[in-house]
Design a protein around this ligand. Structure first.
Ligand code: ADP
Length: 263
């Protein structure tokens, strides 16, 4: 049987579900997200949205690959791949010269080293603590009463970088509340929060060495203020794409396509 034109990748993440559909050339034709992750209706909602975007029914999907935290909860998929493999695969397609991928999601932060042939060579991950992850930023945004998407705007207005000395999310939250009560401007506090995430990220990056090109994936890649601070810290451009948050699902879709071609 020949390959049908559609291949699906689904990433059941810790906080969000992402679904990407690619055609036979590996080009993304649909990408959808739902803001609830593994073990919820999120994967199904993201799947339905992506199919609607592609104007396709599930029967038109030739092969599906699941990844992410909840990949084992999607028995209807044809294969499962680890997030690390999918992120390496997706990032190499998005940024062909990439050697270092910084993936910051809702629950963890990872740095991946990719070899010249686009294969995963090595990786490091944050410890179990939420600091330096999307969760840390979500908590801080809720202290300011804004959405995470607003943090970048605040950062752009900063005159100074507030010092956030606590690395623990709970203590940092109290520190932020005290700074607000003391009248420190929110933009400066946000800049301090971003600087603290960047410091943790840089700590992870140094363990692997910062080899260009550097790309950022995961939902936190949408935070341009943080990305710019990371660029300044490492002294190199940090690439992102509109598919950055979908990178795991995109890589999964590319694996589905590859598997089908192998067959
Ligand atoms: P996971 O795969 O673990 O579910 P994601 O890679 O989807 O995580 O990233 C989720 C995180 O991305 C959230 O915790 C949030 O901090 C961040 N995020 C999501 N959307 C935005 C946005 N529009 N602007 C900035 N940050 C965002």
């Amino acid at each position: 049987m020949g390959c049908s034109p559609l291949y699906l990748g689904i990433d059941a993440g810790s906080t969000a579900s992402k679904c990407v559909i690619v055609d036979g050339a590996g080009t993304a034709v649909a990408s959808a997200l739902h803001t609830s992750g593994a073990g919820t209706v999120g994967p199904q909602v993201a799947l339905d949205k992506a199919l609607a975007q592609a104007g396709a029914g599930q029967s038109e999907v030739r092969f599906a690959c699941a990844t992410g935290y909840g990949r084992h909860l999607l028995p209807w998929t044809d294969m499962q791949m680890s997030e690390l493999s999918c992120h390496a695969k997706g990032a190499t397609r998005l940024f062909p010269a990439v050697r270092t991928v910084v993936d910051i999601g809702g629950q963890d932060a990872k740095v991946l080293r990719i070899d010249e042939r686009g294969r995963l060579e090595n990786f490091v991950m944050n410890d179990k603590c939420a600091a330096g992850t999307g969760r840390f930023l979500d908590v801080m945004a809720s202290v300011f009463g804004c959405t995470v998407s607003k943090l970048s705007e605040y950062d752009a207005q900063a005159q100074n970088i507030a010092s956030i000395s606590s690395t623990c999310t709970v203590f940092a939250e109290s520190e932020v509340i005290s700074k607000m009560a003391a009248g420190e401007p929110i933009p400066d506090i946000v800049a301090g929060i971003h600087a603290s995430v960047v410091e943790r990220t840089y700590g992870l990056m140094r363990r692997l060495g910062v080899e260009p090109d550097v790309a950022m994936t995961g939902g936190v890649a949408l935070n341009d203020g943080l990305r710019k601070r990371l660029e300044a810290r490492i002294g190199r451009p940090v690439r992102t794409s509109t598919l950055s948050q979908f990178n795991g699902a995109f890589g999964a879709a590319l694996y589905a396509l590859e598997k089908c071609k192998d067959k």
